[in-house]
Design a protein around this ligand. Structure first.
Ligand code: ZN
Length: 327
């Protein structure tokens, strides 16, 4: 199989761009990711494919690629069941030595978290968000210094840095390994039934893609608390176009879709996880100033005419005063 590293035209994929998951109650989702985890609410918009549903984006101060977790909150969504063919864990990078802080902060907020020991070289704290989505905080000596959410009360030295990576559960390794190889991700480590892939040209954000292999695992079912897809980074539209051609040699891939804040192509890896390749451009300050990101509902131009209908279908939400410019 041809891998990306053998093709000099391809600009390397350096890690994850975002992770998108399903939630239920929008207010509870918003409160957890801003007030408890201290992320910035970088965009309050709607699902472009289902405009009666919110689409929330949380990230670092600017919503930098590699820090963005997004949710479709469906108020009546039933819980998903974690299983094979899914992304089961989404991991954030936190500075080494900060897990005690997080353990206490989560406990103070009534969130159960468990020190799940050392994985490869790093200590891991595992928790579930209010919809049961499994998150991990990985204490990382090389956690990059980022600009944390400007209105959050988490001290800078403990702030979530963005993604460490994700874990997928599969009944077999080979088909998913081939898809990761196409994207330039190579096997770098193995521990028990966990195999880690990284891009040799990757950044420190979102460049740990783990596959846990369990041939007897049941398949999961999608619902609240499930990851819907994971998105990798393309540096720009030209890089994405070149990757689209390369990916199309191996997998069925969609045309480019304009998501306003990035441009996307989608393809499903053979193990069942939906992958996206999203451009770094244009970013989240394209339609509102950086100071007030997330404070107003923004919809794409083609939906502006239906704004009042859309607003009537959405549950009202309130961004806590401590997470906004409105002091
Ligand atoms: Zn996406």
């Amino acid at each position: 199989m041809t891998t990306s590293t053998s093709n000099p035209i391809l600009t390397p994929i350096v890690g994850l761009h975002h992770v998108t998951a399903i939630a239920s109650d929008p207010q509870r989702n918003l409160d957890f990711y801003t007030e408890v985890l201290g992320l910035r609410f970088v965009k309050r918009t709607v699902n472009f494919d289902d405009p009666g549903t919110y689409h929330f984006y949380f990230g670092d101060d600017a919503g930098s690629p590699g820090t963005i977790i997004t949710f479709f909150p469906w108020p009546s969504a039933r819980r998903g069941r974690a299983g094979a063919g899914e992304t089961t864990h989404t991991a954030y990078s936190v500075p080494a030595g900060s897990l005690d802080y997080w353990e206490k902060r989560l406990a103070d907020n009534g969130i159960l978290a468990e020190r799940t020991g050392k994985r490869f070289d790093e200590e891991v704290l595992t928790l579930a968000d209010p919809d049961g989505m499994k998150l991990e905080l990985v204490a990382h000596v090389n956690a990059p210094d980022i600009k944390p959410a400007r209105y959050a009360d988490v001290p800078r030295e403990y702030a979530l840095r963005g993604f460490f990576g994700v874990t997928m559960l599969h009944t077999a390794l080979a088909p998913t390994e081939k898809a990761l190889n196409v994207l330039g991700f190579q096997k770098v480590a193995e521990e028990g039934n966990r195999v880690r892939f990284s891009s040799p040209d990757g950044t420190t954000l979102g460049n740990h893609i783990d596959v846990v292999v369990d041939p007897g695992a049941n398949y999961g079912s999608s619902g609240a608390g499930s990851v819907h897809h994971i998105a990798f980074r393309a540096s720009d539209d030209a890089a994405q176009a070149a990757w689209r051609e390369e990916i199309a040699k191996h997998l069925s891939v969609t045309p480019v879709q304009d998501r306003d804040y990035f441009h996307s192509i989608y393809f499903r890896e053979p193990g069942g996880v939906l992958f996206e390749l999203a451009t770094d451009n244009p970013g989240f300050d394209i339609d509102e100033p950086i100071e007030t990101l997330g404070e107003a509902l923004l919809v794409p131009q083609w939906l502006e005419a239906s704004r009042s209908l859309i607003e009537a279908r959405l549950l009202p939400i309130t961004l806590s005063q401590s997470s906004t410019s409105q002091k």
